[in-house]
Design a protein around this ligand. Structure first.
Ligand code: ADP
Ligand code: MG
Length: 255
C-alpha cells in the first residue's frame, strides 16, 4: 500500500503547525521525516496514522493491503509502551485479542514475530527484565503482529543509548532486507536518517513545510559508518536543519 499526503495543513487554535505538505510514502520504502523540535513531525505522523484529522488536506491510501493485515497503520513509540505486568508474549498477544483468530493462529503469529525480532528465548520475560533495546524489539514484534501496511515510528530509538541505537538500526536494516516493510520514520537524529531512509523529508521550522526531500540511492545493507556519500548527505541535512533552527531562534527574539 502507498500513502499519498495531499496538501496537509494543520493548526491548533492560533498556532499553525503544518503547511501544505505533499508527500508520497511508497510501498517498500522507508521515509524519514526530520526537522527542528516543535516543527510538527509528531503531528504529521498522527495525521498519517489517522489519530488526528488535518485542518485541511487528506491522506489517501492506494494499493492492496498485505495478506492477513489486521491493522494497516501501526505505531512504534519512543517509550515502547509495554504493559509491565505482562510478559513479552502477552504484550504481543494484546494487539491480537480484539481479532477473531483461533488460538492456534494467534500462537503462530506470536511465534513468528518473536522469531523475526530475535526474542523467541524471551517470551516469558517481563519488561523489567529486559534491556531498553530488547523492550523496543518487543514493541516492534507487537507492531509486526498485526501485519501492518505501513509502520509509523516516532523517534523509536531516541530513548536508547548510542550503542543500543546502533544495534537496533542494524536490526531494522536486516528486517527491511528480509521483508521490505514500508515505514514513516520520524527522528531528530541525522545518522539514523541517512542509515535508514530511502528518502529523507526535511521539514522547516514551524509551521512545518517541506524544505527538501533528499533521496539516498544506496542499498541499506551497504550503508556503513565511514561512507563518504552518507557523510556528505548527513552534512547537507545538518546545514538545512541548522538554518531552520537558527531562524526559529531569531524569530523568538522578534516577538
Ligand atoms: P515535533 O514532533 O516536531 O517536535 P509536534 O508535532 O509535537 O512537534 O508539535 C508541533 C507544535 O504543535 C508544537 O508547537 C506543539 O506545542 C504543538 N502541539 C502539538 N500537539 C498539540 C495539541 N494537541 N494541542 C495544541 N498544540 C499542540
Ligand atoms: Mg515529536
Amino acid at each position: 500500500m502507498d500513502l499519498n499526503l495531499r496538501n496537509i495543513s494543520h493548526r491548533y487554535d492560533e498556532v499553525e503547525v503544518l503547511r501544505d505538505i505533499n508527500l508520497d510514502i511508497r510501498h517498500g520504502q522507508i521515509v524519514c521525516i526530520i526537522g527542528p523540535s516543535g516543527c510538527g513531525k509528531s503531528t504529521l505522523l498522527r495525521m498519517i496514522g489517522g489519530l488526528e484529522r488535518p485542518t485541511a488536506g487528506e491522506v489517501l491510501q492506494t494499493g492492496a493491503l498485505p495478506e492477513g493485515c489486521l491493522n494497516p497503520l501501526t505505531y512504534i513509540f519512543q517509550d515502547f509502551a509495554l504493559l509491565p505486568w505482562r510478559t513479552v508474549e502477552k504484550n504481543v498477544s494484546l494487539v491480537l485479542e480484539d481479532h477473531p483468530l483461533s488460538g492456534r493462529a494467534r500462537e503462530a503469529i506470536i511465534a513468528d514475530v518473536l522469531a523475526r525480532t530475535k526474542l523467541s528465548d524471551f517470551r516469558s520475560a517481563y519488561p523489567r527484565q529486559l534491556s531498553g533495546g530488547m523492550k523496543q524489539r518487543v514493541a516492534i514484534a507487537r507492531a509486526l503482529a498485526v501485519r501492518p501496511a505501513v509502520l509509523l515510528m516516532d523517534e523509536p530509538l531516541s530513548a536508547l543509548d548510542s550503542q543500543t541505537r546502533e544495534l537496533l538500526m542494524d536490526d531494522l536494516v536486516d528486517l527491511w532486507e528480509k521483508e521490505r516493510y514500508t515505514a514513516a520514520y520520524v527522528t531528530h537524529n541525522l545518522a539514523e536518517a541517512v542509515r535508514l531512509g530511502h528518502r529523507i523529508v526535511v521539514l522547516s521550522r514551524r509551521p512545518g513545510k517541506i524544505r527538501e526531500i533528499v533521496e539516498i540511492d544506496m542499498p541499506l545493507s551497504a550503508r556503513t559508518n565511514d561512507n563518504a556519500e552518507l557523510d556528505a548527505a548527513q552534512k547537507h541535512l545538518w546545514n538545512l536543519m541548522r538554518e531552520e533552527a537558527l531562524a526559529a531562534d531569531r524569530e523568538l527574539l522578534d516577538v
